[in-house]
Design a protein around this ligand. Sequence first.
Ligand code: CP
Length: 304
Amino acid sequence: KRHLISAADLSRDDALLILDTADELARVSERSIKKLPTLRGRTVVNLFFEDSTRTRISFEAAAKRLSADVINFSAKGSSVSKGESLKDTALTLQAMGADAVVIRHGASGAPHRLATWVDGSVVNAGDGTHEHPTQALLDAYTMRSRLGALDGRRIAIVGDVLHSRVARSNVLLLHTLGAEVTLVAPPTLLPVTVRSWPCEVSYDLDAVLPKADAVMMLRVQKERMNDAYFPSAREYSRRYGLDRDRLARMSEEAIVMHPGPMNRGMEIAAEVADSPRSTIVEQVANGVTIRMAVLYLLLGGETQ
Ligand code: CP
């Protein structure tokens, strides 16, 4: 039984296999083969305890394109509101037959716990401030398709790193793939452990921008901000927002990324988000392909 819980668990070969499988699946889709029979008879459960637009829908689309049956569970409207625990919820879904459980949860470590309770493969779709490995995979896939191999590429990840599971998963995966990552944030929005992460750290966006091949802007997570000092939105945008002037100072081939959802006008100006340099919509499309690759490799049978 295999799981995808942390980007740290992926070797370089594992990561490249997922990216190459996604390439292959994208080629198949281009030949207008909308649905593959690979996971016929398998059941994928989407277990979402936190809100999601992109991740939930793209896992559903990915599973359906592989002909799996999909059960969507969202905590809102379920017996979780009557106090049912994660374990009892998981065992209930298990009893209905789940070959894979895709889980998003507000608690860091929830997917790890879940993996001890269910028989199927567990895929982490975002746990607290810990990790979001399929986001990192789709980001790496997007970078590789735009920039080529990631070895030696310089990637800046900018903003609210403190609350970002996307940042942690990206740092781990990009390091595995040979890229050089610089985190850029105000000191109050960096975790205390950041110096042990495999990346550089800077407080100065303008110094980092001209050297970057890709600039990934992070959402300011206002809903998790109660434990951190946050300057005014205006001050934040002035120092760490990506606007037209800053975009003009980036290298001509460099791309602008954002995992979404965005705070337009806060971490990224609307005209930058919508510019041809932005890969934001492409990232969403690639999310379906990457999640197909992950489900295919986890559930696709003995030979994979
Ligand atoms: N990027 C991302 O995880 O978006 P959602 O929260 O909409 O799934």
